[in-house]
Design a protein around this ligand. Structure first.
Ligand SMILES: Nc1ncnc2c1ncn2[C@@H]1O[C@H](COP(=O)(O)OP(=O)(O)OP(=O)(O)O)[C@@H](O)[C@H]1O
Ligand SMILES: [Mg+2]
Length: 423
């Protein structure tokens, strides 16, 4: 009888010595036990179906059926058995193919005992959390539906939605700007867009604003006294009806603005604006972290590429430590120019939902920028605009109905460790 307290492991490797060595290492650990050993891909599939192991260690290069093919089949037929890939090559291509096949972790041989047992425990732990989360009924009132008091509160204080991406150039500024306009159009409520990408703000360019316009740098020296009225004097009105707080004109001026300054500005703005949309830049400087700290929602933008995915995975580990995890919502931007990685693949490897996607539509974006008008206005019927309006509906206070129709909110707490060495 298998011991239910132990993590049961299936070892798959065509070399008998390797199987024996791995089995020996595992044998020393009181919480681990061997569920079976297979010398090839087909045998691995048969044993996985029969034994339902808690974790599978899978070699890549095997003569009959290779480990990646076997992984693909097992991930579909025995999804409760997470797979750790083992390979002598740590090449990007293996890594990428393993991830796409459904592997959860990638170890490069020679593998130390610590690496091995840590990876096994980690993958097993996350699978347990994942299953507990997926099988729980959805929390009924999590999406701001906490009764009258909640909705009253949310009406009194605006919602701060900060845009972050651990990698640059993924569309943060474009999406934040258009979302701000869409939120204003859809709800009719006051919206302010804050260009918190302090050293390299692009909002002025995207919204075609005068280079002489006021910016947040005009507050340097008087942040402490800046109440709602003072702030109004540096906000710029845009023809779309939103207000904009522009970034300083130079990176040097940006350096004078501290985290405490940003916190003060955002807290004051949320008193008068229903939505405060904040663009940031990919950095973990104190001033950026402050913009994430005060946020109610952190929209984490990513593209479906292996480099973006890797950075997001690392960011997810950081968000957990910083306590942001619950408020992070992933958005996959440029959703169909991704070189073949599907959102569902990424969800599997990150162990969390990507609740929002935005299509790729370079043509519409270029036309809109040339006209100097946000695309949600100039090309309202395009799919990319529809995706932004859907995001706006889900983020806005009136979204109870939208939320019912929308895919589940991000349910997973932990990101899975995919790249063995990159902890
Ligand atoms: N959904 C999309 N479809 C097609 N192109 C897009 C999409 N989203 C963004 N882009 C393009 O990607 C480029 C980068 O966008 P943007 O400047 O908004 O990214 P960013 O993350 O703010 O970059 P940075 O890190 O430099 O601030 C732009 O040329 C933009 O037009
Ligand atoms: Mg930007």
């Amino acid at each position: 009888m298998p011991d239910p307290e132990k993590i049961r492991i299936l070892i798959v490797d065509d070399i008998a010595d390797t199987r024996e060595n791995l089995a020996k290492l595992i044998g020393f650990e009181p919480d681990l036990e061997i569920a079976g050993m297979a010398s090839g891909g087909q045998m691995a599939i048969d044993l996985a179906k029969r034994e339902r192991p808690n974790v599978i260690l899978m070699d890549i290069n095997m003569p009959d059926m290779d480990g990646i093919t076997a992984t693909e089949i097992i991930a579909n037929t025995v999804p409760e058995s997470p797979i750790i890939m083992m390979s002598i090559q740590g090449e990007q291509d293996y890594l990428r193919r393993s991830m796409l096949a459904g592997a959860r972790e990638f170890l490069v041989k020679p593998i130390s005992t610590d690496e091995l047992v840590n990876a096994i425990r980690h993958v097993h732990e996350l699978e347990k959390v994942k299953r507990a989360r997926y099988t729980q009924p959805a929390p009924v009132q999590s999406a701001g539906g906490g009764g009258t008091v909640m909705s009253l509160l949310s009406r009194e204080k605006g919602k701060i939605i900060s845009f972050f991406s651990p990698k640059g150039g993924v569309g943060r500024t474009t999406i934040a700007t258009n979302l701000a306009v869409a939120l204003h159009q859809a709800t009719g409520k006051p919206v302010v867009l804050v260009d918190g990408s302090l050293p390299f703000g692009d909002v002025a360019v995207i919204l075609n604003m005068s280079p002489k316009a006021k910016t947040i740098a005009d507050l340097v020296g008087s942040f402490d006294n800046a109440d709602a009225e003072v702030l109004e004097t540096v906000l710029v009105s845009h023809s779309t009806g939103i207000k904009v707080l522009l970034a300083p004109p130079t990176p040097e001026a940006a350096e004078l603005i501290t985290g405490a300054n940003m916190k003060h500005v955002l807290e004051v703005l949320r008193e008068s604006y229903a939505y405060v949309i904040v663009d940031t830049w990919p950095s973990f400087l104190e001033v950026v972290l402050t913009m994430l700290d005060v946020a109610d929602v952190i929209i984490t933008l990513m593209t479906l590429e292996i480099t973006s995915l890797k950075n997001v995975r690392v960011f997810m580990e950081i968000t957990e430590k910083l306590g942001y995890d619950e408020k992070v919502q992933l958005v996959a931007n440029r959703n169909d120019s991704s070189g073949g990685i599907k959102p569902s693949d990424v969800e599997a490897s990150l162990g969390r939902k990507i609740p929002h996607t935005i299509v790729s539509d370079g043509r519409t974006l270029v036309l809109a920028v040339n006209r100097g008008v946000p695309f949600v206005i100039s090309h309202r019927d395009s799919q990319v605009s529809k995706d932004i309006f859907t995001l706006a509906a889900r983020l806005s206070g009136d979204e109870e109905q939208a939320a019912n129709a929308a895919p589940a909110k991000p349910a997973q707490k932990q990101g899975l460790r995919l790249f063995g060495g990159a902890r």
